[in-house]
Design a protein around this ligand. Structure first.
Ligand code: AMP
Length: 331
């Protein structure tokens, strides 16, 4: 059975981008593959969270994984820092990751721009830790959104480089995976780029948002003054709303508003109202479950402990072999 690995950073609540880009695929894949889904708390240290924030965020992602439908009996759910083998493999992989290629990573360049006062080495080597996350379980499929494509390419490069350096066909190549035709990119509500946790207030709709909060955010989404010519191309902020509608609404609803846009009779207020209601319907079952399990500390502890044991079993097997391949041997 093929192995699947993916994770989400513990930097805040999960939003629609995380859900449609990643978690929805996790839920489907758990029935068909040997799945490992983790909470990337080591990755989140690059932004220097306080201990209390870190702990809360890890718990929240765990709650939301479970609420979205990941079954701990089927998939291995674990907290990244509970598996120290990952950090050790990260150290080994760092020895053959080169400064030039790490500096060229788009996400690194973005971070240098967005947090110029905290360009730490962990940001630079983020793709190396991500490679370690994946290859520690010798995974071949990685369900992620479009923004992770370049990191996956780097994970293949590092795994292949290790194989070549030690003349050993050891790590298989991991590829980004989605059930849809293309990797998903969910836009935000601010009229600009993707939906993200750190893109500013109002840009992201969270799985835990109340119906009122969703309505408020969507009604405030950026629009323009409306189309003036039939079938004209949609500007980005309008295209974003249609892209969101494509994932949460029915095809009929989408076509209805698309037709209205194309014959210049669309009223954005109506479209946003519909979009908000469809987002509420899409997220309601998850939100209810979040509220159900958020305070069940014994259950959450049990899931995390069970997952850590299973993840370490797989990780320590790989690490033992890697150490032998590198040449660490007992005297
Ligand atoms: P992160 O929140 O950056 O740790 O991302 C966790 C997962 O969610 C990754 O697989 C991302 O590709 C995915 N993801 C995050 N934002 C989006 C988005 N706006 N559209 C699609 N996928 C996303």
């Amino acid at each position: 059975m093929e192995t699947v690995v993916s994770g989400i950073r513990s930097t805040g609540n999960l939003h629609l981008g995380n859900y449609y880009g990643a978690v929805q695929n996790f839920v489907k894949m758990q029935h068909e593959y040997n799945c490992f889904f983790f909470i990337a708390d080591l990755h989140s240290l690059t932004t220097h969270p306080t201990p209390a924030n870190l702990h809360n965020n890890v718990k929240q992602v765990l709650v939301e994984y479970l609420a979205a439908g990941i079954d701990p009996e089927k998939a291995t759910i674990y907290v990244q820092s509970d598996v120290p083998e990952i950090s050790e493999l990260y150290l080994y992989m760092n020895m053959n990751a080169y400064l030039g290629e790490l500096e060229r990573s788009t996400s690194f360049k973005d971070k240098v721009r967005s947090q110029p006062d905290n360009v730490n080495a962990g940001l630079l080597t983020y793709p190396v830790l991500m490679a370690a996350d994946i290859i520690i379980h010798k995974a071949t499929k990685v369900p992620v959104g479009k923004d992770q494509e370049q990191h996956l390419e780097m994970a293949r490069t590092f795994g292949n480089r290790f194989n070549r350096l030690y003349n050993h066909d050891y790590f298989p190549e991991p590829y980004a995976f989605t059930f849809s035709e293309n990797l998903v990119k969910i836009p935000g509500l601010d009229g600009k780029g993707k939906m993200g946790k750190s893109e500013g207030e109002g840009n992201a709709v969270y799985l835990s948002d109340t119906p009122e909060a969703i309505r408020k955010k969507v009604m405030r989404a950026v629009t323009d003054s409306g189309p003036t010519q039939e079938n004209q191309q949609k500007p980005q902020e309008i295209q974003n709303l249609f892209d969101l509608m494509k994932v949460v609404s029915s095809p009929d609803t989408y076509t209805h508003f698309d037709d209205l846009y194309n014959n210049c009779s669309i009223r954005y207020g109506d479209m946003k109202k519909q979009l908000a209601e469809d987002m509420i319907i899409a997220t309601a079952p998850i939100r209810e479950k979040i509220n159900e399990i958020a305070n069940d500390a014994p259950y959450l502890r049990q899931v995390a402990r069970y997952g850590a044991v299973k993840a370490r079993e797989s990780a320590s097997k790989t690490l033992k072999e890697v150490r032998e391949i590198i040449g660490f041997r007992n005297f």
